[in-house]
Design a protein around this ligand. Structure first.
Ligand SMILES: [Zn+2]
Length: 255
């Protein structure tokens, strides 16, 4: 039977307004998914999307609004001074400090995701990079950093700068004794890398609790990273999740 649905295609935009709305829709959906996966912990966690016109501004979740209830119209726009210029809710100070410095240091980064998810923060206490123990883990092979320091809640711009420096050109970083952060060229990719990195931490914790996992050798890990860790893989992997959450919770698109 022919399907009434069409394959996913990478989006093209005819105006900044169209692109802005698309980013905000993906962002609201990413929050709903993070909530669905249980990545929320009180008021911790933030995902940002750079504005397509005001390049030093980003869209982010309202401080202390439940991820599971965020709609497109709830998202707030924050400028490079940390001021909310669209929306009525405050911004999480740590969200501004961390994300503003990453967006400033990495012009290629459109979106960044951070949350205090259970397996990510557990793994972060070991202060070790992830090993290539599975095909999925190879997405992060040679492409994640370790921020090997913990100095309290990140509220100082200098600390945000240090964190951005540690991230370097990678798609992700493990923040010691804190959690994970992922970045990419779209909200879709940043959200997907976060979801799969959290599960990669879970897989390695399980494997090491059960025994001594055998690592994929360097050559195969590098080859696999080139297959599963690319921008298109990350973007595409998010599409089924986006379709599902919008079908389940269409109010997330309310403008
Ligand atoms: Zn945090």
């Amino acid at each position: 039977m022919p399907s009434d649905r069409t394959p996913h295609a990478f989006p093209q935009f005819s105006s900044p307004e169209e692109e802005r709305l698309h980013r905000k829709q993906r962002l609201a959906a990413a929050f709903r998914l993070f909530g669905q996966f249980g990545f929320d912990e009180g008021v911790a966690g933030h995902i940002t999307a750079r504005d397509p016109e005001l390049l030093d501004h980003f869209w982010v979740n309202p401080f202390a609004m439940n991820f599971k209830q965020i709609r497109v119209k709830d998202l707030i726009l924050v400028n490079h001074h940390g001021e909310v210029v669209e929306g009525t809710w405050p911004v999480n100070a740590a969200a501004f400090v961390i994300h503003s410095q990453i967006h400033a240091a990495r012009p290629d980064v459109i979106a960044a995701a951070h949350a205090h998810s259970v397996y990510g923060k557990t793994w972060s206490s070991l202060r070790r990079p992830l090993d290539p123990i599975t095909q999925d883990a190879c997405s992060f092979y040679g492409d994640h950093a370790l921020f090997d320091d913990y100095t309290g809640v990140v509220l100082d711009l200098e600390e945000g700068k240090r964190l951005a420096h540690a991230l370097g050109e990678c798609k992700a970083a493990i923040l010691s004794n804190h959690g994970l952060i992922t970045v990419e060229h779209s909200v879709d990719e940043a959200a997907w890398w976060f979801i799969t990195m959290e599960r990669t931490c879970q897989a390695q914790l399980l494997a090491e609790a059960a025994g001594t996992p055998v690592l994929i050798d360097e050559e195969q890990a590098a080859k696999t990273a080139g297959q599963v860790g690319q921008h298109l893989s990350g973007w595409l992997s998010f599409q089924p999740l986006y379709d599902w959450i919008v079908a389940q919770q269409p109010d997330l698109l309310d403008e």
